[in-house]
Design a protein around this ligand. Sequence first.
Ligand code: MRU
Length: 317
Amino acid sequence: MRTIDWVDGAVVIVDQTRLPGETVWLRLSTVDELVDAIQRLAVRGAPALGVAGAMGVALAAAASRDPAVVAELVRRVETARPTAVNLARGARRAAAHLPSFSAVLDEALRVRDEEIHSSGEMGRLGADLVTSLCGPGVRLLTHCNTGALCTVTGGTALAVAFELHRRAALGEVVASETRPLLQGARLTTWELARAGIPHRLAVDSAGPFLMARGEVDAVILGADRICANGDVVNKVGSYAHALGARAAGIPFICVAPESTVDLSTPSGAEVEIEDRGAAEVAGASAPPGTEAVNPAFDVTPASLVTAIVTDTRVWRP
Ligand code: MRU
């Protein structure tokens, strides 16, 4: 199964808002449909967003021959969400081949294929690292969703868990539920169950305590942007797990492709953190009219990161 692909002139995605209950495929044939899918997280996760960005430019190129119209469509794709560097990067890579639709599409397919290849490399490099740090039978805690659903196939941090499982070197995975949209509870548990990996679900705030109680050997998660100084921008809640890992003296490992490394952003302080508004947080549980702050991501400073595993290297910032 490919989370995102180009099929007969349209972007085809699995609608992640419907999982784990239903597997629904969406055919997105306009930039409007793609931008909507990105903004409501029907397609999500940094590498998948890179592919969506590049394929979005193919939709734009097919929509009009007017360079001004195409440029505006490309801008809308690039800016659909601000934090994951892959989205704008994928769109710009494809847009560099405008106005030729076929050249744009070829580039978008290259972005897709590179992400498929990267997942395999991250899985192997990450599994080697985790085993060298923690030995066999390792118990991992992960946050958000970093499996095939965030890439095209495979995954980033979860690709490491899949590889460790293949090597019979994995004890269990604790999936942190990932408030407020529950990517951990809905998507990571779904992927782990399909892979036959022993796992337990925990509320986000239990993570540091489980580490303190000796139930976790390493934290492993992904990134939406890795800054030049090694700061890791990832799903909100990652920073708390990093503090917990430091207090418990266990490794905190980030796994993301080179396409997420952004050397033009010096540190996490310069990254625009998407705020998704009050409804997701206050929802039905708070009194009507309650104000909320809802940063979708946070910044883990490089000083708390044991290692960053990409598809080509292990970087110890
Ligand atoms: O808001 P989302 O679900 O798109 O956020 C995704 C994440 O934060 C993932 O952890 C990240 O993209 C990792 S995949 C390298």
